[in-house]
Design a protein. Structure first.
Lengths: 498, 518
């Protein structure tokens, strides 16, 4: 039991965040002295990786000690949703750092400030995923976003990178405006900023227009962050222009944090407003799935295809959010893990390819990869199958939990659209496999300068192994996601071995 | 024999071994030296076949579903790795395990590059197919149903003919589309049943007992199941992927595709789609649609086959025709018609498999499949000519060979319900004779007028070894179908009874009295 109102209690509850913040400052300090050579840059990378491990250790300690709040969740929560989300975020950060070490070397980006920025935006994500209060939620979002804005523009010599940063910053500021206005209206309607208290307040009175408007603005603000159509316009350019490890980080960490926060806001603060938010989420999910998949189909470059595919996956996640039940929340959490593992590995492998800028890797450029680099090709193929949702991979279990959550409610439109758009997605995931395995080598093979140093390769291997192992034996994680979701939504369901 | 098998506890492990053996073989093949990979694959598939052969004796002909075992997989969701075998799946499994070593042996010369990958995929494909026939849990069935797409996709896409990329993706997308909609239907059915009975389970028996809970949703669920299986069969008009896939696939790929994979579709109708929703399936609009499509398929496949200049395409279209008979038999609704449908499935597996092997052997010698390129081969390749004649006659349905008995039973058993359809289908048998005999004539009879053909060598020992079991099976099935019919009878009878319940489901649990979980 932790009393969140006492300073000591708050310190204990925030230990992972505190460790990581302190470590980021420490790395910044080290970098102040040593920032000239590539070796310095590597040192900063390894230090940061150690920091993520330390923060993860604090998280494990907190989680395994069964910490619970003694009263109200004040400012931050102490539940499995936060812990699970934080675990995925920390893993994403860890993998990104390990992959970046070699990547920055190759691209000649020796500016070690990269790593403290990455750590600080990870701190923001942790706060966002664990926020129990609108204020903390907003602060977390901003800390996360500011770090990522800079990272997106990190490749100074590349105009596309600068464009990505500017675009992301302007649209992000816009989205923050929506969110802040939504928070203000929710506060206006209830006089509270704590998520639980807002929920309690709203449960008493009739649904006021102000509260509804606040809810809508909150959803719009979050929809920007998760790149749901029609608020996705920034995503392809930003994902495409950023350095590839950063893209992987944005596509996973940001999405996880934002989706956890959105799920929490909807299910904790606005559970009685499902007539208001269900149609919005449903429509967003529909258009996101359809538009994301159809545009991805038209892409010639692998990175841009992955960018649009991540929009499509935001659509699937919205489908999981739609029911607002425990099963649905569990599906959101499970799918976030499934999607993150796969996407991290896919972007890491993509970043290791390239003929002077992997941004230009077209589908044809990986032709013949399976002969030259069989393991890289196999890894990418598994990632594509997992994104496609093919049995034997974690992506399938993810899609299956989503379908189950929605079908259990007796709703059929969203699942049918989900599977049909999944078939469409075969039209862009499979050509990559086809190119790697079935076509002869092209003129501009992307594997010529393939680099994947040991740390990066190890983490990619571990991630892909997890994609397969959890695809075959998902029981433990499914149970954990259900248990996590219990803090968000309580619904009775027929279930074996309950 | 049974005493010996029992002393090994045969019934305890056989079904698991059938799936596990090929799976264990995959790393063995991948780790073997490139030159030995095919021999390892042959060893694994032979072992699988030998092990499975015991089922012929050990299987209890008087009982229904046997060898049931269930291992909890995801207990929380009511999913277990449940398998079982009855008279329907027995022969599909035996057909698969028989064709396994033959396909490997038949690929020895055709596959010359990336052999390890090829044979590993072949084993994965066999494991998926066997698992599909054994599964008694819908989740497990779905996983196997999907998983076999990937090896086939690669086999067509890497080792296929000139237009292989197009064929591979067409095959994949068609099948994937159907199966994903089926996934939605499976989950929807499971939850309908779970909400009605209070037990969440993907187990086959639980769903079969309580499928009436689907209520108004039943037509939609049936449609989703039927679409998935109809694409696989393929029922006209969903057949367009088949000629492409068949023609582009390497020989062994075509063999497995035609002989076993298509049967997953008809098997799915018999195991899942019809027994779950008998009222819909045997009810009026659906029944008419299916029978009409089956007859169109029979007729269309035969007519299109008649004008094919490419022998492989000809056989591919003849599959559409044969599988139409199976569909007609399933909907015939009598014991004779259902047993006939099963017999056609087995017979088509043997004879079409043999035909594709023969085509492959021709192709390896002349690198063309155009009928016009051949002629008079009987003179230079007498053994080849003999086998081809026999297999073609079996495929046509000559009494005494295996094609006849199945088609005869289908026609006999369906006549009561669909006389018009039977009359048309019977006439098509003549067309079948026309296209196959025509092809036969063009290839092995007429004059040996092309110089390229004069130097062709007859079948090698290895090739005879590939064909011999199939030919033996064709003759034996044709002469003595009794033992086979006897073994499939309880399962066929159960299917007929399940599908005959068109009105009040007397035998099934009425809603609200759902059984409580054990």
């Amino acid at each position: 039991m932790i009393d969140l109102f006492s300073p000591m209690g708050a310190a204990r509850a925030l230990l992972p965040e505190i460790v990581l913040s302190a470590w980021a400052l420490l790395v910044l300090l080290v970098v102040a002295w040593r920032h000239r050579t590539a070796a310095d840059c590597r040192l900063a990378g390894w230090l940061s990786a150690a920091g993520v491990v330390a923060s993860a250790a604090a998280l494990v300690w907190l989680w395994s000690s069964g910490a619970r709040s003694s009263g109200l969740d004040h400012m931050v929560t102490l539940d499995w949703v936060r812990f699970g989300g934080a675990a995925v975020i920390l893993f994403s950060a860890f993998a990104t750092i390990l992959v970046s070490i070699r990547y920055l070397d190759r691209e000649g980006l020796t500016a070690p400030e990269y790593y403290p920025l990455l750590l600080l935006s990870t701190v923001g994500m942790l706060f966002l995923a664990g926020a129990a209060d609108m204020i903390v939620l907003f602060l977390g979002l901003e800390v996360m976003s500011v770090g990522v804005y800079v990272l997106a523009g990190y490749d100074r010599r590349n105009p596309a990178s600068a464009e990505a940063a500017l675009k992301y910053f302007l649209i992000g500021a816009f989205a923050s405006g929506f969110l802040l206005y939504g928070i203000a209206l929710a506060f206006g309607a209830t006089g509270q900023t704590n998520l639980q208290l807002i929920g309690a307040q709203l449960a008493i009175g009739p649904a006021s227009l102000m509260a509804r408007l606040g809810l809508a603005l909150l959803i719009i603000g979050m929809a920007f962050k998760v790149a749901a159509v029609p608020f996705h316009m920034w995503a392809p350019d930003v994902y495409d222009g950023s350095p590839t490890p950063v893209t992987g980080f944005m596509a996973t960490g940001v999405k996880v944090a934002a989706f956890v926060a959105l799920t929490r806001v909807l299910l904790v603060s606005f559970p009685g407003f499902d007539q208001v938010w269900q149609p919005i989420i449903g429509v967003l999910a529909l258009v996101t799935m359809i538009v994301g998949n159809l545009i991805a189909l038209a892409q010639k470059h692998v990175k841009r295809m992955l960018a649009y595919s991540s929009v499509a996956h935001a659509g699937y996640l919205l489908v999981a959010l739609w029911p607002g039940t425990r099963l649905g929340a569990a599906a959101v959490l499970f799918y976030l893990l499934a999607y993150s593992l796969t996407t991290i590995a896919a972007f890491a492998l993509l970043g290791s390819l390239g003929t002077g800028g992997e941004r230009d890797v077209r589908f044809d450029d990986v032709a013949g990869l399976a002969r030259r680099r069989p393991w890289t090709a196999l890894g990418l193929a598994i990632c594509m199958l997992s994104l496609l949702g093919f049995p034997g991979t974690i992506g399938f279990i993810g899609k299956w939990t989503i379908l189950q959550a929605v079908l259990a409610e007796g709703h059929y439109l969203l699942p049918v659209v989900l599977v049909i758009t999944s078939v469409v997605s075969a039209g862009y995931y499979l050509p990559l496999i086809m190119s790697m395995y079935m076509k002869p080598e092209g003129e501009r093979p992307a594997w010529k300068e393939l680099v994947l140093a040991q740390p990066g390769a190890a983490i990619v291997f571990a991630t892909i192994a997890a994609v397969v192992v959890f695809g075959i034996l998902p029981s433990g994680i499914v149970d954990a996601s259900l248990r996590s979701a219990a803090t968000l939504a309580q619904t009775v369901m027929p279930m074996a071995g309950r | 024999m049974n005493g010996f098998l029992d002393s090994l506890n045969y019934g305890q492990w056989i079904l698991h071994a059938l799936v596990l053996l090929p799976v264990i073989g995959i790393p063995l093949v991948l780790l073997a030296p490139e030159r030995l990979a095919k021999h390892v694959a042959l060893g694994v598939t032979l072992l699988t076949f030998v092990v499975s052969a015991g089922l012929w004796w050990h299987f209890d002909p008087s009982a229904g579903m046997q060898y049931r075992t269930a291992i909890p997989w995801m207990p929380r969701w009511g999913i277990s790795y449940a398998v079982g075998l009855d008279g329907i799946s027995l022969f599909m499994v035996l057909l698969t395990t028989l064709l396994g070593p033959l396909s490997v042996l038949g690929s020895y010369r055709y596959i010359t590059e990336r052999e390890r990958g090829y044979y590993a995929l072949m084993l994965a494909l066999l494991a998926g197919l066997i698992g599909c026939f054994l599964a008694l849990d819908l989740f497990v069935f779905y996983v196997f149903f999907e998983i076999m797409l990937i090896p086939m996709y690669f086999i067509i896409g890497i080792w296929g003919g000139a237009n292989r990329l197009y064929a591979a993706i067409k095959f994949f997308v068609y099948t994937f589309f159907g199966s994903l909609l089926m996934l939605v239907a499976i989950i929807a059915l499971v939850w309908k049943v779970a909400l009605a009975t209070g037990e969440l389970s993907f187990g086959y028996d639980h769903l079969l007992r309580n499928a009436a809970a689907a209520g108004d949703l039943a037509p939609w669920l049936f449609a989703a199941f039927a679409l998935a299986f109809a694409i696989k069969v393929p029922v006209f008009p969903f057949h367009t992927w088949l000629p492409d896939a068949h023609v582009e696939a390497p020989t062994a790929g075509s063999v497995i595709l035609a002989s076993v994979m298509l049967k997953i579709g008809t098997y799915g109708f018999m195991r899942f789609a019809v027994p779950f929703f008998p009222d819909v399936a045997m009810g009026d609009p659906v029944r008419t649609i299916i029978v009409v499509l089956a007859v169109i398929g029979i007729l269309y496949g035969a007519l299109v086959a008649m004008v094919q200049p490419d022998f492989k395409k000809l056989v591919a279209y003849s599959s559409v025709s044969h599988l139409g008979f199976v569909m007609l038999g399933i909907w015939g609704g009598t014991l004779a018609s259902v047993q006939g449908a099963l017999m056609v499935m087995i017979a088509h597996g043997l004879s079409t498999g043999a035909l594709f092997f023969l085509i492959g052997m021709m192709y390896e010698r002349r690198h063309t499949r155009e009928l016009a390129e051949y002629g008079g081969l009987a003179r230079v390749m007498p053994v080849f000519g003999m086998v081809l004649t026999l297999v073609a006659l079996a495929s046509i349905g000559l009494p005494g060979l295996n094609g006849f008995i199945g088609e005869f039973l289908v026609l006999l058993g369906s006549f009561g319900r669909y006389p018009a359809a039977v009359v048309i289908a019977t006439l098509v048998v003549i067309v079948a004779a026309a296209y196959l005999l025509g092809a036969l004539q063009k290839i092995i009879y007429t004059r040996l007028d092309r110089p390229e053909n004069q130097g062709l060598t007859d079948l090698t020992f290895r090739e005879v070894l590939v064909l011999l079991p199939l030919v033996a099976g064709i003759v034996w099935m044709g002469l003595a179908p009794g033992p086979i019919l006897r073994r499939m009878e309880p399962a066929a009878r159960a299917f007929v009874e399940a599908s005959a319940q068109t009105d009040a489901p007397a035998g099934r649990t009425v809603l609200g009295q759902g059984e409580v979980a054990p």
